[in-house]
Design a protein around this ligand. Structure first.
Ligand code: MG
Length: 365
């Protein structure tokens, strides 16, 4: 297969409701898309970065430069298969989301050409997967309870609360009091706590959470291990895990009993599958995280989440939760589950008219 051209685009997908963080109000999800055009087929992928380097070091304009100057030339420079391209791109240090996007777009093209779905290629075993929802920090407890009630009523089988110092015990207790012990509830600290908060975080053990995700910074495996040794609630790592090697090391050091897998964070779907396999061999369950993907990224994540060791609902909410209109047909929630696409490649087709309408920047190499 010969890669003839690569296109990258910035698209602004309008959000149903503004998405509020402590620093900004977003009215659209600015996404970066990659299209790989080969002599046999073309493939698509989300390049999973945000406008600002808050989750990781990558951010949209830096990723654009890395793609344009370094990674797309690597893809165009030699034999085209996803593993070979991944090996060539590994000469560039860092930029895992950019590498993951190009690898996925090429893999999508390969699979479309051969008629195989991504789900089958990765070894997925399920037609439908349970999905959860991640609830951001709100101004008031009343607002939080209203939001959670809406999601529970929509049928989401698992709720995740974002927590930070000053917004943790009270909201967790309020949701538990309102919905009872049977609600599958977990929390995510996104590294906002320090080792000095160990006792405080240990106190959440009483809430019967499914897991406590990444309370301490990515580099601080020791505090995660100390926490995991103190409590019965499993500790889950997200930002700390950049590869299968790091997953094995974190598990061996006692820092986690669950791993969140995001292909963009770990450099691609092939590395994501290796993490799945390593964790499976060590009897550690995994689940699929999310970064407000367009339908293109959502389709690929559903294929990944259909592998057998994905034992918790993923952060792969229905499209309608965020977008008034998406660049491909919407994913709809049925009984707390989403269908896993099983057509060739990622299994969804981009609507070219919608795509053009949402595009704000484009480069064809
Ligand atoms: Mg997380």
């Amino acid at each position: 297969m010969i890669v003839e051209a690569v296109e990258i685009r910035v698209v602004d997908i309008p959000l149903k409701q503004p998405f509020r963080t402590s620093q900004s109000i977003q009215h659209s999800r600015r996404a970066l898309l990659a299209r790989v055009i080969t002599d046999a087929a073309e493939g698509w992928a989300d390049v999973n970065v945000e406008d600002e380097p808050i989750f990781g070091h990558e951010f949209l304009s830096a990723t654009w430069a890395a793609l344009e100057e370094l990674l797309v030339p690597q893809l165009l420079a030699g034999p085209a298969s996803a593993p070979l391209a991944a090996a060539r791109m590994s000469r560039v240090v860092g930029h895992p989301a950019a590498k993951a996007g190009l690898e996925m777009a090429l893999l999508d093209a390969e699979l479309r050409a051969s008629g195989m779905s991504l789900r089958r290629y990765l070894g997925g075993t399920r037609d439908r997967v349970p999905v959860g929802v991640s609830v951001g920090i709100t101004d008031t407890l009343a607002e939080l309870l209203t939001t959670v009630t809406e999601y529970v009523d929509e049928g989401y089988p698992r709720i995740k609360l974002k927590v930070q110092p000053g917004w943790d015990r009270e909201p967790i207790a309020a949701v538990r009091a309102e919905f009872g012990a049977e609600l599958a509830l977990q929390v995510d600290g996104n590294g906002a706590y320090s080792s000095a908060d160990l006792l405080h975080v240990s106190g959440w053990d009483e809430f019967g959470l499914e897991m406590i995700e990444q309370p301490f910074p990515a580099h601080d495996l020791l505090s995660h291990a100390r926490l995991d040794a103190r409590i019965s609630t499993p500790v889950c790592l997200d930002e700390s895990i950049g590869s299968a090697t790091e997953a094995a090391a974190a598990i061996a050091s006692g820092a986690c009993r669950v791993v969140n897998i995001k292909p963009g964070r770990v450099g691609g779907y092939l590395e994501a599958r290796r993490i799945h396999d390593v964790c499976d061999a060590l009897s550690v369950p995994v689940w699929c995280g999310g970064m407000l993907e367009s339908g293109v990224g959502r389709a690929a994540n559903l294929a990944l989440a259909s592998l057998p060791n994905f034992r918790f609902p993923g952060d792969i909410s229905a499209t309608s939760r965020y977008f008034a209109e998406d660049i491909c047909p919407p994913f709809v929630l049925h009984d707390g589950m989403l269908d896993v696409p099983d057509k060739p490649g990622i299994g969804v087709d981009v609507d070219p008219d919608v795509l053009d309408r949402f595009t704000s920047r484009r480069l064809l190499q």
